[in-house]
Design a protein around this ligand. Sequence first.
Ligand code: F6R
Ligand code: MG
Ligand code: MG
Length: 370
Amino acid sequence: MDKTVTLSVIKADIGGFVGHSGVHPELLEKAKGILSGSPLLIDFHVTHVGDDINLILTHELGRNNGEIHQLAWDTFVACTEVAKKLKLYGAGQDLLGDAFSGNIKGLGPGVAEIEVVERKSEPVIVLMADKTEPGAWNLPLYRIFADPFNTIGLVIDPNMHGGFNFEVRDLIAHKKIIFSAPEDIYDMLVFIGAPGRYAIKRVFHKANGQIAASSSTQRLNLMAGRYVGKDDPVCIIRCQSGFPAVGEVLEAFARPHLVSGWMRGSHSGPLMPVSVTNSCPTRFDGPPRVVALGFQLAQGKLIGPQDMFDDPAFDRARALCNEIADYMRSLGPFEPHRLPLDEMEYTTMPLVMSKLKDRFIDLRLSKTKS
Ligand code: F6R
Ligand code: MG
Ligand code: MG
């Protein structure tokens, strides 16, 4: 009998190199050093996407395990020391609490975890994005698990034809609801079409109830009650044999969609699928990036990674992103490039409003013709 293995992907921005664009190699080395000494793990892979460090961990301790979360927290704390020494930008920015108290959720880092009994072969894709928010996965997850124009398996694979269940979180009211696809898709789209508030947390295979995908849904700026960093999200997807094929997962990124989080967390831009090497966002701190690392799990060992978007088949998607980026940038400070007032992470509105308050004339009270 194969093991029950937990795959935990935990990420944080604990200091940028240079500015908010990348991660200094010393931090990655530090993280590897700490994790390699841990008896808790079966295996690990340390990587980065833009300015976020991503810890990809396998173990047998289950989801939300205090020891694993503590290990990730301690790793980020140790990396923060290095970031401080090198005076990297925003050192420690995503570590909100001073002390760890059992679960890393709510303390800043983003977390996605799945617990699986390994199948005969267990291919997984780990998606990691920079300069965007958890709701950025809504459209691709919908395409992957509910749209037959993306995923032909929904039509012609008897093991997928029954569809998938989607757990959707209301990130503001802290509620969740399960939608069943395909029956509920029109209802579900009312919500997931608003990714700033509703995010797909988990997807389950409907016929056998198995976990198919899991994402991070932390909204760092809301948790802190003020802007302290980004909620750049991660997502794990199981592939093949009744789950979407690897190529059906990746196909969802071939036609780039617009996401929130570009420059100052206050702009909309296209999500560009890239390799790890090309994941540092430079133009106007962007455009937002997504990386897909593929692994085969083997008794908990991470066989890989395969850098899935390091493929000329995604050149056209990247070229389209650049065209969309040119167009969006041409709008400058105007919506829809700049986000609506209530979604911006930076705003001078209260300041400007208070400065101009006496110059505003209430038209309902004014007797003079306007
Ligand atoms: C950070 C981000 C960046 C920053 C911008 C200003 O994830 O998206 O675009 O918001 O570089 O950063 P500060 O305010 O730190 O100078
Ligand atoms: Mg940063
Ligand atoms: Mg980031």
